[in-house]
Design a protein around this ligand. Structure first.
Ligand code: PEP
Ligand code: MN
Length: 333
């Protein structure tokens, strides 16, 4: 349930509503908006009796939230959310491009790629220091040394850093270095990690699981938001289907489907969807055309020698083309 406050409701009145909600055994999360403040009731198993809430000063009305996710829902927050990090706004009028290697391999590689993608207009640098690999014998990432290299990338280029926390143990370190913490597809339903991500002050890039429905993705975002972190960016990165000419199938419908029911920004990862670099530009065009708030793309200075995901990594000149091609696509009409 949402408690909608009157336009002129005071902070004290909002606090009194939250206090009453707590007395009823639930939690009240204030959601300030441009026109109104609402308080979202979470923690209820079903019907909430509003007879002790409605009479409180400053309360305008109560609205039942019909979806199982609440804080993520447009019913709770009708306007699209924008997430501001430094100079960058995700969910604004222009798509935000995040680019870089799959994994940080060494300082020279990381900086070379960072300079290239920065020059072409990327605003965020991606690169894994902790890598979730299918095989335990594959390169698992440089760990903290990789995070230190990412910090040097930020220092030199001014790019923001998005990098993955793969478990409960490394998220604390990742949050010290990252501007955006990625939670990968394989961890989308790692509830302990999601709850922990709800306690950080850093925004979270939450990737859709390999076989997750949109509702499951939104429920995972709800885990993060219900712990107090409202800065969640969703990422469509392809799902498992019977199609076998790509690594995954980019669910292009996910973008309008999510936007219909949720206010959260959605970015697209065409690289892990395609698995082949030659499909990355067409999928990127499609993603922007359908209303994605940005892209997260793998780029490498020497893809054939990349330690991970070389086959789907763009060459620098391809990334330059991608940036040109998406310029012409009308965005958010
Ligand atoms: C990645 O971004 O490098 C990655 C491992 O992505 P995903 O979790 O989508 O597979
Ligand atoms: Mn990768």
């Amino acid at each position: 349930m949402l408690v909608i406050m009157k336009n002129d409701a005071s902070q004290e009145q909002v606090k009194a509503v939250i206090h009453q909600i707590e007395k009823l055994g639930y939690r009240g999360i204030p959601i300030p908006g441009l026109q109104r403040t609402a308080v979202c009731i979470v923690g209820n198993q079903g019907y909430v009796d509003d007879s002790q809430i409605m009479p409180l000063d400053g309360v305008k009305e109560t609205i039942r939230v019909t979806k199982p996710y609440k804080l993520v829902s447009r019913e709770t927050h009708p306007q699209p959310s924008t997430i501001k990090i430094g100079e960058v706004t995700i969910g604004g009028k222009t798509p935000v491009i995040m680019a870089g290697p799959c994994a940080v391999e060494n300082e020279e590689q990381a900086l070379t790629i960072a300079r290239l993608v920065k020059q072409q207009g990327a605003q965020v640098y991606r690169g894994g220091a902790y890598k979730p690999r299918t095989s335990p014998y594959s390169f698992q990432g440089l760990g903290e040394e990789g995070l230190k290299i990412l910090a040097r990338v930020r220092e030199e280029t001014g790019l923001l850093i998005v990098t993955e926390a793969t478990d409960f143990d490394n998220i604390e370190l990742v949050e010290q270095y990252a501007d955006i913490i990625q939670i990968g597809a394989r961890n989308m339903q790692n509830y302990a990690l999601l709850k922990r991500a709800g306690h950080t002050r850093k925004p979270i890039l939450l990737k859709r699981g390999l076989a997750a429905t949109i509702e499951e993705l939104l429920m995972s975002a709800e885990y993060i938001m219900s712990e107090g972190n409202s800065r969640v960016i969703l990422c469509e990165r392809g799902i498992r289907t019977f199609a076998d000419t790509t690594r995954n199938t980019l669910d292009i419908s996910a973008i309008p489907s999510i936007k219909e029911v949720s206010h959260l920004p959605v970015v697209v990862d065409p690289s892990h969807a395609a698995g082949k670099r030659e499909y990355v530009i067409p999928l990127s065009r499609a993603a922007i055309a359908v209303g994605a708030d940005g892209l997260i793309v793998e780029v490498h200075n020497d893809p054939p020698h990349s330690i991970s995901d070389g086959r789907q990594s763009l060459y620098p000149d391809q990334f330059a083309n991608l940036m040109k091609e998406i310029q012409g696509i009308s965005f958010k009409v």
